[in-house]
Design a protein around this ligand. Structure first.
Ligand SMILES: Cc1ncc(COP(=O)(O)O)c(C=O)c1O
Length: 380
């Protein structure tokens, strides 16, 4: 039987095993060690630019723990409200609940599929009117690698002095006006789980702008141990540090990062070219030159009248041909878990969800496999 074409598989660059072997040979098979510090400095070097200013990276065991620690460092606590993009993966909203706060959802704008800055301002004013206080933080997500219109979001956030935690889990290497996503907000978050642009098998990172904040994140990530010659704790901490073995994979992956981004962008260009004249199918692309997606995922919107198929029908057709695809993230305000959360809605992400589809986008896909996928999508 033909091998199934997967949505987004990890791809090793070749050097990962060398770093893992080094960890074994030197017996650094633990949650700290040279791979962790080197992976952090590799990421710092990759992300830092004149525009970003000073950066400090803390390697963690998942993107979810990075989001959690980011909110903790922003002082989010019981009874607070945090504004989240509704169109995101559940982790961006779940972490709000971990701290006893509650999420308030904001719809996307059609051009980037990400948080609508005008609606964000409307939501902030309305929350102030209804609850008497400002939201404690804003979490925009660079979904599928497409940058949020972060300049517009930061303008609103600055006006109300609310800090921004950027969920760049899917967006390593994406840029907005020449600056890397994840480096704009008070904190940024990446995920290195197995389906991301680069992987550490499981892992994440918190991007900080000062050494003090990075040290505080590290303190919480390693059980909040006091400076004492014995184990003493004045606060509750977490076991969130990345292991030295996972970081070895990460160090190896850094050598492949640019190649992976280049290939995912080429895959997006391939789909765009081949589906350009396909009636009723629109490939999501950079809205203008300010936005440079890494195209972690190539996504399409399907007009059921013009294409004579729904997104679900295309998904089923691909599935029958042993090709994976995925419906877009179901918006958070439509999730049973968040049914009581406030939503500032213009029906944008609801429409995206009902018509969109993610196509296989992994960097290992060959042009022959892409042609196979396209042939299943194009009308007979
Ligand atoms: C947008 C978004 N946020 C957060 C996460 C959480 O990352 P992790 O799976 O590493 O916890 C993911 C990854 O799945 C994601 O796609």
């Amino acid at each position: 039987m033909k091998e199934r074409i997967r949505l987004s598989l990890a791809q090793m660059g070749g050097k990962e095993l060398d770093f893992i072997k080094e960890a074994f040979d030197t017996n650094w098979v633990t949650s700290l060690g040279p791979n962790v510090t080197c992976f952090e400095s590799d990421l710092e070097e990759y992300l830092t630019s004149e525009k970003s200013g000073e950066l400090h990276v803390v390697a963690l065991n998942s993107g979810t723990s990075a989001l959690h620690l980011g909110l903790l460092l922003l002082g989010v606590g019981v009874g607070d409200e945090v504004i989240c993009q509704s169109f995101t993966f559940c982790a961006s909203a779940n972490v709000v609940g971990y701290l006893g706060a509650r999420p308030v959802f904001v719809d996307s704008e059609a051009k980037s599929w990400n948080m609508d800055p005008d609606l964000l301002e409307e939501a902030i004013r309305d929350r102030l009117k209804k609850s008497g206080k400002l939201p404690k933080a804003i979490i925009p997500t660079h979904l599928y690698g497409m940058p949020v219109d972060i300049q517009a979001i930061l303008e609103v956030a600055t006006r109300y002095e609310i800090p921004v935690l950027e969920d760049a889990a899917e967006a390593i290497g994406s840029e907005y006006m020449g600056q890397k996503c994840g480096t704009f907000g008070r904190f940024g978050v990446f995920s290195f789980n197995g389906n991301k642009m680069i992987t550490t098998s499981a892992g994440g990172a918190l991007i900080c702008h000062s050494k003090e904040e990075a040290e505080k994140a590290l303190y919480y990530a390693t059980q909040a141990r006091d400076k004492a010659p014995y184990y003493q704790h004045s606060q509750a901490g977490y076991n969130y540090r990345m292991s030295n073995i996972c970081a070895g994979i990460g160090r190896g992956q850094m050598y492949a990062l640019e190649k992976h981004i280049e290939r995912r962008r080429a895959i997006h260009a391939f789909y765009s070219e081949k589906l350009r004249e396909c009636p009723g199918i629109h490939v999501m692309s950079n809205p203008d030159d300010r936005f440079q997606s890494n195209f972690w995922m190539s996504c399409i919107l399907v007009d059921p009248i013009l294409s004579q198929h729904t997104n679900l029908q295309i998904r089923n057709k691909l599935d029958a041909a042993r090709i994976d695809s995925a419906l877009l993230w179901k918006p958070m305000h439509l999730q049973p878990l968040f049914r009581k959360a406030p939503m500032y809605d213009r029906q944008v992400c609801t429409d995206l969800f009902s018509t969109g589809l993610c196509l296989p986008s992994g960097s290992m896909l060959t042009d022959d496999l892409l042609t196979e996928i396209i042939n299943e999508i194009l009308p007979d």
